[in-house]
Structure formats: structure tokens, C-alpha cells
Design a protein around this ligand. Sequence first.
Ligand code: SF4
Length: 155
Amino acid sequence: MTTEISLAITSAADTPRDVRWEELASCSTVDPELFFPDNTRESAEAVEVCMGCPVRQQCLEWAMERGENHFGVIGGLTAKERRALGRGKGPGRKAGEAAAICQEARADILRWREEEMPMEQIARRLGVAAKTVRVALEKFALESKLGQQDMGAAA
Ligand code: SF4
């Protein structure tokens, strides 16, 4: 994570120095995979780490400012919770929003499928239904086919 936010803390020698908040992150000593959970139990483990993190507020602000709301646990919130926070309301999403999330994550979805990640796992990462991911993949395939036809016609 990169950010302009920094904290002034006192070193062991009592000499003030600027420390980037990431240096104080509790997750820096934990397996990063924990923060990209496949299920609720794993999410809870990551959230627990965040709840004991001294820079949770800075981390969450960083994520919200940048719209980092598609994957993983950040700042103690799941991607779904961060999206809800960004909308200023509780969980629950219209179909159009879920489709927009898939569209925005197009490159990631295609890469995950290349890596043979199951559809359900992709859906969980994005916080959308597996059916939505399936429909998005069909759309991507169609767009790719149409793009190839256009290139063929132009040649
Ligand atoms: S709040 Fe969580 S994700 Fe953010 S820095 Fe701390 S441990 Fe890492």
C-alpha cells in the first residue's frame, strides 16, 4: 500500500521521526492470503487482526479514499462492508451495481479464470453472486469476439 499519510512517533532513542503508517500495520507480520478470504471464518480471522491494529483508522481511510472496495479485508471491513460504507447504507446491492463491480474487475476475473479459480471463489472475492460472474464472463467473451471481428473487417 502506498500513501501520503504518515504518523509522527517517537523512536526508542526519544528522537521524533516520521513513520509511514504501513510500517505499524499488524498485517505486515501475517500471511497476506488471510486478507483475501474464501469464507466467513477466514474473514473473521483477518478482521480480528485488524481490530488489534494501531493504524486501522488510517488504513480504512486510505481504502475509502481510493475506492479500494472490491477485494479482501482492509481496515477491519470486508469488501462488501466497505462498499456499503461508501454508499452510506447497509448491505444489499442492485443487479446493476454487481455487474459494474464485475466490469471494473474484468482484468482480475479473466486472470483468475486463467488460473482456474472456481467461479464461486471469484464471486466471493468480489462479493457478488456466482451467476453475476458467469454472465460477466459471457459478456467479456462476446466483446472479445466482436473485437476480433472488427479487426478482421478492418484488415
Ligand atoms: S487495519 Fe488491517 S489491513 Fe489495515 S493495516 Fe491494520 S491489519 Fe492491515
